[in-house]
Each structure stands twice: as C-alpha cells, then as structure tokens.
Design a protein around this ligand. Sequence first.
Ligand SMILES: [Zn+2]
Ligand SMILES: [Zn+2]
Length: 353
Amino acid sequence: MSISRRRPFALIALVWAGCGGEGGEARPPSVDSDLDQLEFAGRFEPGSIIGAPRIVDCTLSEGAATSCVAVTLPANPGTFDMGPWCPTNVADGADRGGIWPEGGQIYDVDGSFIENLSTFYNDPSWQMYDPATGAVNVTDTPEACAAAARPDVDPRYTNFCVQCLAAYIEEGLTNTYFIPIEPVAASRVAPRVGHEGAGIAYSGVRLDAPAPTDDILGAHTLAPFDDCGGHVNPNVGYHIHAVTDCLREGPATNTHAAELGVALDGYPLYAPLNLDGSTPQALDECRGHTTAAEGYHYHLGAAGSNEILGCHLGQTGCVLTDPDASCDANLGSRPGGGPPRRGPPPERPPRGG
Ligand SMILES: [Zn+2]
Ligand SMILES: [Zn+2]
C-alpha cells in the first residue's frame, strides 16, 4: 500500500523541516511553532480544549521516537448537550431516549424498543420494564452506573438500561491525547482499534473503539448512545461510539467528505460520506484511502456500524489522564517495561498518568 506524505500537521512539519535533520536530535525552538499550534487549536470547537496544544517528545506504539502534539480534552465536555439515553417508561417516545446500533443500523431507543427487546433479539430473557407499570429499569445512581457499565456486568443489573450521567464524572478529569505530528507506519497493523480509542474529533470529544456490545447484550443490558452517538463512562468521561450529525466539520475540498478530527496515529479523520452523499471508494481495511487533495486519510464508519475506525495503519500515541506525563506507548513491549500504559481504556478504570 502506498501512502502519501501528506501530514495532518503539515504546517508544523514545515517549520520543523528547516530546523532539524533526519536523526530527530535537533528540536525546533518552541516559539517557531506557536503559529502552527494556534492553527491546530483553531480546528477545535471554541472552548472545547484545555489550554493550548503542546509539541512534546513521544514514543509511539512500536517504539518510534518522534514528536507529538499533546491536546487535553475535558472528560465532561461542555460543548455537548448529553443524553438522553434511557427512556423511563415504555410509553416514552424517541425524544426520551437515545440510539442503539444493531446489524449495521441505528435504532431509536424509545419505549417501544425497550418493550420489544425479547422479540428484537429473539430471546425471552429480555424483560427490562415492569409489566404492570411500564417503568423501565434504569441505573439511577453513580454506584449502579459503575457496577453496570463494566465488561463483567454486576448480575444485579441484568435487564437494566445502563446510563451514567455527566454528573458522575470525576470533577476535573481530563484526557490528554498525544498524537504524532508526522504519522509513522506500523509494521504490524492491529486488527482493530485499541482501548485508547480511534482518535479525537474537532468537537473536542474522544472517538472511541467499538462499544463492547457482546458483553453488554450478553448481560441483557443496553448502554444506549445519545443522539450524538455518545455516552458516559465515569472513568473516561463522555465518548462517542457512533458518528451522527453532531461533529464540527472542518473544510472539505470539492465534494469530498468534511474533516472531523485526527486519529491517534496522526492521520486525518473524515466524515463517513462525501458531501454529495456518495460513499468513499476503495477504502482499505482500516477505512483509509489516498486522494490527491487529502493524501492518506480515514473515513469514519457509519453510525450503525459500531466501528468508528477499522484500525490504525500508523503507530499510535498515548491517551493519558495526567497532562504532564510523558507518552511512551511502547512501554509494555520492552523487556522490564511493565504493563502497557496506553491510557484509560473506554469501559474500564483508567491507568494513565
Ligand atoms: Zn462507551
Ligand atoms: Zn476520502
């Protein structure tokens, strides 16, 4: 596969080209890249990032020592009106619930959807509401959310609609994304996106790995996304599993899809469809392709796919809860390096920082 050299942070890279050689020893004076960091910051929804993006040394997932842009996002982004997720009664309409992906489609989680789960999944064990009152079983405390929103769902919450509210997110929790300025090819492309997620959207939110729907459904629970495709895990915060129509759109060329964010390996992320509604052609296994204007880039998966990104073609950076930590995404791969330290996985407690 040939990959163009187009870089998502091309302006920054241009500044650097005059400052250092191939060895990566020479570092540009930070003042030189201020303008480019401003340009990068300007792609984000105003107020959606904390502080200014920084350029830092980093070690990528296969050990490449390079430079990353570090951007810190709040786990509780004020730029999204979160929810609703779970309807409270089977009489509720679609405006009282979120969405759920199944078989490539998105379904409204309204009262009828809850009422019909046993038919929908052809499994009589589904009974998520009180037949007498129509009240839906909904996790309604931080403790219930924590016990139900983990891969090994607490059996007490079988047949619950699981939602965690933004108020459950630890105050001040942030995630810092360390993204290579210039993508570095991975020698072994992992078959899927890791726990640290696909990347970030310019709306200031994490675009996550697939939701663990097998675990969720296996426990006879639902963990609906809101209409923006996101939900809350108290350890990670608000994160997106399905790209709907809520994300801030960057510039687009001609009819090509709009740029929505950047992947954790540094390649740009574009909308699922082109502006004229057509499907991008000749996508590889990661959902990427190369076009003249955009270079190599990914297209995000359709909302119902539960797969925002197929895989990362490049070595990935880090997601860390400590903004001042240094990024070594290869730490766990070296002898004596200890466990992988690649930041908080989406549905499990964070280890970052
Ligand atoms: Zn999730
Ligand atoms: Zn494209």
